[in-house]
Design a protein around this ligand. Sequence first.
Ligand SMILES: Nc1nc2c(c(=O)[nH]1)N[C@H]1C(S)=C(S)[C@@H](COP(=O)(O)O)O[C@H]1N2
Ligand SMILES: [Mo]
Length: 318
Amino acid sequence: MLIKARKGWEIPESEATPEAVFLDRRRLIAGGLGIAGAAAIGTGHARAAADPTADLYPAKRNGSYTLDRPLTEEKFSADYNNYYEFGTSKTITAASQALNTRPWTVKIGGLVEQPLELGIDDLVRKMPLEERLYRHRCVEAWSMAVPWTGFPLKALVELARPKPEARYVVMQTFRNPSVAPGQKQFWYPWPYTEGLTVEEARNDLAFLATGIYGKPLPNQFGAPIRLAVPWKYGFKSVKAIDSITFATERPKTFWEGLQASEYGFWANVNPEVPHPRWSQASERVLGTNEQKPTLLFNGYGEYVADLYKDLKGERLWA
Ligand SMILES: Nc1nc2c(c(=O)[nH]1)N[C@H]1C(S)=C(S)[C@@H](COP(=O)(O)O)O[C@H]1N2
Ligand SMILES: [Mo]
């Protein structure tokens, strides 16, 4: 466990509380052993305080990505999450603190010139970190708007140098049932797997997030690194990635494996194509509970619609 000492004035006020210090000490006592009981009392702020890349946050905002609505307050988005590894309810914040995100290795392999295994801190320091304001639309018809920090997925694609025959980028979550009790439920196709075409992955909007709200990602948001593809339903945005593989074959994704008739590979947001069990015409905004009309490609058509113009006969919308 690498701990970077920071000077007092570098510690964000929200973390500089006696409670955070106390929780952090408890977490350190639990150490790298993933002792769930001790770790689970943290809030995510405590973990962020010891993050070896914490000095990189907040990163400079890239002003190209604007919102049509206020940001969702952290108190709402940080306690309403989908993360089936830690349970099927929306209240997984405490349970997700059991995941130890250091050390953390991301393996990049498959059809690439040079397979790589990178420690998360090396990876983050190699990449051009920036903040982006993105909407997020869950297939369950709730939404939020959040400031992610991270780097364009295309920067990682360039680092990996895929071979010309690579068509898909497959991203997987860690697998460790001893800290993620959901993974003991054998009827789910673990590990959580998602994928994009290489062309989608090279699109400017595809983003790998390592932080949110100007600090490293709290665990419930998918620390230490998760995808953010805001024109697609939220289940595409896989959390806690430890493997990225370039392939010729389209991957079978987690939700497709569970229920292919309801959740497909493309999963682009479209208000006019209902889910088999509910309408997608509008969405409930986290925090205010206001209903807003859902937008085609979640409002990001100008960036991504061209990716799909020649894809006839594909189920692009769910
Ligand atoms: N590994 C993993 N990634 C995941 C999920 C999950 O259960 N496990 N849920 C997905 C779904 S359905 C959504 S809506 C988003 C939720 O992200 P948030 O909790 O940060 O809002 O994460 C996605 N990524
Ligand atoms: Mo979702």
